[in-house]
Design a protein around this ligand. Structure first.
Ligand code: NAI
Length: 403
């Protein structure tokens, strides 16, 4: 039986090589999103790859009885009903880190642009104004870069900025390993007070929502710049406009907004448009060809490992399990099941009733779901998956055979 995969929304060809490890795979590629009739499109597919514009709701997932796994070839997974997929034993994979380098590079470039007052000079020239002046233009070397959030992006930025000779400081709520000469500071206030450029790399949470408000901006050095390439709700835009208008801040680079247009044709409005010293970009911090390629390869590799070995590491909705490579001469029983007492003993009883010897067994749970990988010596009968699937509590059962 071939494994049928539907890849929508022009997923990068970087996905092809990992997927082609699956024997007999048939890949059906679409350039656009599947917006209507998605249920019909995926009814007999084992794999579906989407980006942000194809929505998979409970009804669509419920009708896809053959579905093994869903790949979100992007960062977010809001477009998929994750609980519905989990309830059906279908893991959902994404690529949360594949575009982080792209964001870090753009942030460093923006810091250089702001320190040189390039946005206003460039806009001036577009209007025919020759704003040739050294006033307020600085090198990045030996300036203080303050990074809020030292995660994947913040820490990569730290390495790049150190390479330019910047002094890097960061503030994070978790203890982090400092790269190079970067130094952690104990409070946000301290970071704001010492930085020539402050840049945000935190997620949107209750704690970070509006964290750069009028008070925080007041604490920043006069003439400092602010960069927000993280999430639109972190900065109070009115307070930022006030500080840009008064000259307290010399500039800002903003990629994300509280209200973003839903599509390319939709108009963009923001009070920030009034300021020449603001570098505005349309939420493209992570949008590069390299990031797309890396996302394609990353998500496709996760799908292939799930199909071939049952690995769910990196899944956002089911227990994460990596039982390792399946050895020759063994078979692997993969059981997605309800997380309740007794399942494993029922499974093992049935396995031994089939005359199979358990060679290795791995179990992981997550909320209402359990996932077990049982490697057995011996040849499971052809209907083993069916009888194992009838066990009380079983949700999804697959039997893989080693080479
Ligand atoms: P990450 O999860 O690797 O790092 C976030 C860091 O923020 C963690 O170290 C965490 O401990 C820290 N943190 C959380 N709450 C904090 C708080 N209240 N104060 C200080 N630190 C706090 O995330 P990653 O991958 O580095 O992404 C950072 C941000 O960039 C996210 O908001 C993400 O959505 C955004 N992003 C934006 C893109 C764009 O296109 N503009 C593309 C990719 C990511």
């Amino acid at each position: 039986m071939p494994t049928k995969a539907l890849l929508t929304e022009s997923i990068h060809a970087g996905a092809d090589a990992p997927l082609s490890r699956i024997p007999d795979i048939e890949i059906d590629r679409r350039s656009g999103a599947v917006k209507t009739g998605v249920a019909g499109e995926i009814a007999d597919r084992q794999l579906i790859g989407i980006r942000s514009r194809t929505h998979l709701d409970a009804e669509a997932i419920g009708g896809a009885t053959e579905l093994l796994a869903i790949g979100c070839f992007c960062i977010g997974t809001n477009q998929v009903d994750l609980e519905a997929a989990a309830a059906q034993g279908v893991p959902v994979f994404n690529a949360p880190f594949a575009n982080t380098r792209s964001v870090a590079e753009l942030t460093l470039a923006s810091a250089v642009m702001l320190l040189r007052r390039i946005p206003e000079k460039s806009l001036g020239l577009h209007r025919g104004e020759w704003l040739k002046t050294v006033l307020g233009a600085h090198e990045a070397r030996a300036k203080n870069l303050g990074i809020i959030g030292y995660g994947n992006i913040g820490s990569q930025l730290s390495v790049l900025a150190s390479g330019l000779g910047m002094h890097v400081y960061y503030y994070d709520i978790e203890a982090k390993l400092s790269h190079g000469n970067a130094r952690a500071v104990g409070t946000l206030e301290e970071l704001l007070g010492l930085s020539d450029v402050v840049t945000l790399h935190v997620p949107s949470t209750e704690l970070t929502h509006g964290m750069i408000d009028a008070r925080a901006i007041d604490r920043m050095k006069p003439g400092a710049c602010l960069i927000n390439h993280a999430r639109g709700d972190l900065v109070d835009i009115d307070a930022l406009c006030e500080a840009l208008g008064s000259g307290h801040l010399s500039g800002a680079a903003i990629d994300v907004y509280p209200d973003e247009p839903g599509s390319r044709g939709e108009a963009f409005a923001s009070p920030l448009l009034a300021f020449d010293n603001v570098l505005l970009t349309p939420h493209i911090g992570g949008s590069t060809v390299e990031a797309q390629e890396s996302i394609g390869g990353d998500v496709a590799a996760k799908l292939a490992r799930y199909v071939l070995e049952g690995v769910t590491r990196g899944s956002v909705n089911v227990p994460e399990l990596d039982p390792g490579a399946l050895r020759e001469g063994r078979a692997r029983i993969l059981s997605m099941h309800r997380n309740a007492p007794g399942f494993l003993s029922r499974l093992n009883e049935l396995v031994s009733g089939l005359g199979l010897n358990v060679a290795a067994q791995h179990l992981e749970t997550r909320g209402p779901l359990g996932y077990a990988a049982t490697d057995v010596e011996g040849e499971p009968p052809p209907d083993a998956a069916e009888s194992l699937g009838e066990l009380e509590g079983a949700i999804r059962t697959r039997v893989l055979r080693g080479g």
